[in-house]
Design a protein around this ligand. Structure first.
Ligand SMILES: CC(C)(COP(=O)(O)OP(=O)(O)OC[C@H]1O[C@@H](n2cnc3c(N)ncnc32)[C@H](O)[C@@H]1OP(=O)(O)O)[C@@H](O)C(=O)NCCC(=O)NCCS
Length: 153
């Protein structure tokens, strides 16, 4: 099985969104509309990637930075393709792009309930922080999520 890695461009949006919807623990919201992802990719060119098998998207990751720290979002690998090192390679590509841009630290958001996801990040050398939490404020009334998860990032 040959896996190819490509930069995530907006042309892959539909396939990536379908993958995110299939994967547990990916919290989708209005921030993941095609328009918003296009904005994200334009602001952070060459930092997000997909993995493909026979032209089918089987993995995806979003990464970017704010000039200060890097952030990774929505890492997902299709269930039939897991435990083959695909996620590790996607993360490594993002970290190289961030490092090449002068970024020295990267954060992720992860649901505390995502035990498997936390185990993955620990397995590839990340630290689960107990010293900080996330606080959020909705700026526009009526924003709703696109998936089952009650918490939207
Ligand atoms: C988490 C996820 C991205 C891992 O993808 P993957 O391609 O299977 O991961 P890899 O094969 O690259 O694994 C890399 C390392 O993590 C370990 N790992 C992967 N999943 C693991 C799990 N559930 N528990 C413990 N370790 C795990 C692997 O064993 C491997 O370690 P090794 O090299 O020492 O053997 C995938 O399971 C997924 O899409 N889950 C649903 C979405 C999600 O939770 N995303 C993360 C939230 S941001």
């Amino acid at each position: 099985m040959k896996i190819e890695f490509y930069p995530f461009t907006i042309d892959s949006y539909d396939a990536v969104f379908a993958l995110w919807q299939q994967c547990e623990s990916i919290g989708l919201s209005d921030a993941d509309s095609q328009e918003r992802i296009r904005m994200y990719l334009n602001r952070n060119p060459g930092m997000s990637f997909i993995a493909a098998s026979e032209d089918n998207v089987v993995g995806a990751i979003l990464a970017g930075h704010d000039g200060r720290r890097g952030y990774i979002h929505h890492l997902a690998v299709a269930s039939d393709f897991r435990k083959k090192g695909i996620a590790r390679q996607l993360v490594n590509r993002c970290l190289k792009a961030l490092t090449d841009s002068g970024i020295r630290k990267c954060h992720i958001f992860i649901f505390n309930s995502n035990v498997d996801g936390i185990a993955f990040w620990k397995a590839i050398g990340w630290t689960y922080r107990l010293d900080i939490g996330v606080m959020s404020k909705t700026l526009v009334p009526g924003i709703r999520g696109a998936c089952w998860h009650p918490i939207l990032i």
